[in-house]
Design a protein around this ligand. Structure first.
Ligand code: BGC
Ligand code: MG
Length: 524
């Protein structure tokens, strides 16, 4: 049986609001994506993941869905989605859409009905509870919203409270109610019938909570932005796996290897691995790689652990929620150099790399002025948390201000300072640009896979600043030191690729430049 496409697929995340604006309103849209699909085909990715483009008041920029079976007019129409899907397929690109099952928008008809009529069946599709205290004036428990503040909002001065692990405009659904299950199976069928190739499941480790909604141990908060995702009350309840077993069974009735990738925002790899399997999700994001600091030692630890836990896994360095990895690795040219080195190391491993838009340009995190920030994380914490706007600034296509080819209008977020220097058009003809290096790496990876690489990876014993592995005759060597290193290789080795100048192969020694990765073919 041919290997399922998703096992080694390179997936490109499009954050719809900031990719390309065709309508001139300063907000990215589906037509903008469609007209830039050739960029993705030339880059050499296999699939595109579209963040939510459904009707939404945009309280959390689309992750607050008011209608799961339509397109937000700001982004376009269902007909435009169908055209985008068809053209992507025509270019050999698979299309993954986002599904948001943990919560709806407060503008969703269900929630409007739940507020309007507490005796309605819609009411029990959400988590409404009486408050504590003589007049119910205290929240039902001590849980915090991931975005800061309480996870509860009172519906009226003397009413009940409703749970929202995120913004108050994102009321949590009650997955103990079978009607919620049926609705989401119907939503999946709606998009599967339209021909989508898969779904990225938002906050996939949620849906179920502690059965009595008991107080969490003091100090535990929602774990999207903290490392201590240790809550045993709020996330990662066993029942959620049964939901994905039901979803997997549905997808398996469709042709074309439709897939599910879960945003399982946990850091215990063994816990994440439970979500993946022949009867559950096809893939789960492994955020431990994303959180690893620059350095061979830390990267080796997460790669070794990931290879042991997933076969195959996913490799993610950036997305629309976290500081761009170029900045995490030191920013500027150094950050770009290091980002390329880590990407090249990961691309030779079994599994599915996920790229975040702008990563192929080497964009840094942008410093969005405080008065331009829109992220509910920033707003709800009154600026205590910087928020995520900095990784969501628009993609610069040309080096021409003020719209940089993204828009003819006023962009909803300002461009990063590096827009002119790092625009696609500014990198197109430079063989050593980040863009062209990504293109070479992805083309090289595709060629290696076409030849057939063993799944088995052997991590090699090397100096502490070096991370190297072998897959059959393929050898990848990452040097995280500040100076070149020389690594012994077998006679007859051939240098295939390097992410920086200065790589050399003399006899049985390869020189790896600082903060760089080389690929070789070297018989074992
Ligand atoms: C998404 C975030 C979103 C949150 C609530 C996360 O998984 O990636 O962008 O704010 O879920 O939907
Ligand atoms: Mg637009």
């Amino acid at each position: 049986m041919s290997k399922q496409w998703w096992r080694d697929a390179v997936v490109y995340e499009v954050y719809v609001r900031s990719f390309a604006d065709s309508s001139g309103d300063g907000v990215g849209d589906l037509e903008g994506i469609r007209s830039h699909l050739p960029h993705l085909a030339t880059l050499g990715v296999d699939a595109v993941w579209l963040t939510p483009f459904y009707p939404s008041p945009q309280a959390d920029h689309g992750y607050d869905v008011a209608d799961y079976r339509d397109v937000e007019p700001v982004f376009g129409t269902l007909a435009e989605f169908d055209r985008l899907l068809s053209e992507a397929h025509g270019l050999g690109l698979k299309v993954i859409v986002d599904i948001v099952p943990n919560h709806t928008s407060s503008a969703h008809p269900w929630f409007r009905q739940a507020l309007a009529d507490p005796s309605s069946s819609a009411r029990s599709r959400y988590v409404f509870r009486d408050g504590k205290g003589p007049r119910g004036e205290e929240p039902p428990n001590n849980w915090h919203s991931v975005f800061g503040g309480s996870a509860w909002t009172r519906e009226s001065p003397d009413g009940q409270w409703y749970l929202h692990m995120f913004d108050e405009g994102q009321p949590d659904l009650d997955w103990t109610n079978r009607e919620v299950h049926e609705e989401f199976l119907s939503i999946l069928r709606f998009w599967l019938d339209r021909g989508v190739d898969g779904f990225r499941i938002d906050v996939a480790h949620s849906l179920y909570r502690h059965p009595e909604l008991a107080d969490a141990p003091v100090g535990e908060i929602g774990g999207l932005f903290t490392d201590d995702v240790t809550e045993t009350h709020i996330w990662d309840q066993d029942e959620v796996l049964e939901v994905y077993e039901e979803w997997r069974a549905l997808l398996d009735t469709y042709p074309g290897d439709r897939m599910l990738v879960g945003e399982v925002f946990l850091f215990d790899v063994a816990r994440i691995a439970r979500y993946v399997g022949d009867t559950r999700l096809h893939q789960a994001f492994n955020f431990t790689v994303m959180k690893a600091e620059w350095g061979a030692k830390g990267l080796r630890a997460v790669v070794e652990q990931a290879l042991a836990a997933f076969s195959p896994g996913t490799w993610v360095l950036s997305n629309h929620d976290l500081v761009r990895h170029v900045t995490r690795y030191g920013g500027g040219d150094l950050g770009r150099r290091r980002g390329l080195a880590v990407s090249a190391l990961l691309y030779g491993l079994p599994g599915s790399p996920y790229l975040y838009q702008g990563e192929e340009l080497g964009l840094d995190e942008s410093d969005v002025p405080l008065d331009r920030r829109e992220d509910p994380v920033f707003l709800r914490t009154n600026g205590e948390q910087p928020g995520r706007d900095g990784c969501r600034t628009p993609i610069p296509w040309t080096a021409e201000p003020p719209g940089f080819g993204f828009t003819t209008g006023d962009p909803w977020l300002p461009f990063g300072d590096d827009a002119q220097a790092l625009a696609v058009a500014a990198q197109e003809d430079d063989p050593s640009s980040v863009l062209n290096t990504y293109r070479r790496l992805l083309a090289g990876r595709r060629a290696l896979l076409a030849e057939g690489l063993p799944e088995q990876v052997e991590l090699l014993d090397t100096d502490e600043d070096v991370l190297a592995y072998r897959r059959g005759s393929f050898l990848a060597v990452l040097n995280t030191a500040g100076e070149p290193v020389q690594v012994p290789v077998t006679a007859g080795a051939v240098l295939l690729e390097a992410t920086a100048d200065g790589a050399a192969l003399e006899g049985e020694l390869v020189t790896v430049p600082p903060a760089a990765t080389v690929w070789l073919r070297a018989e074992a």
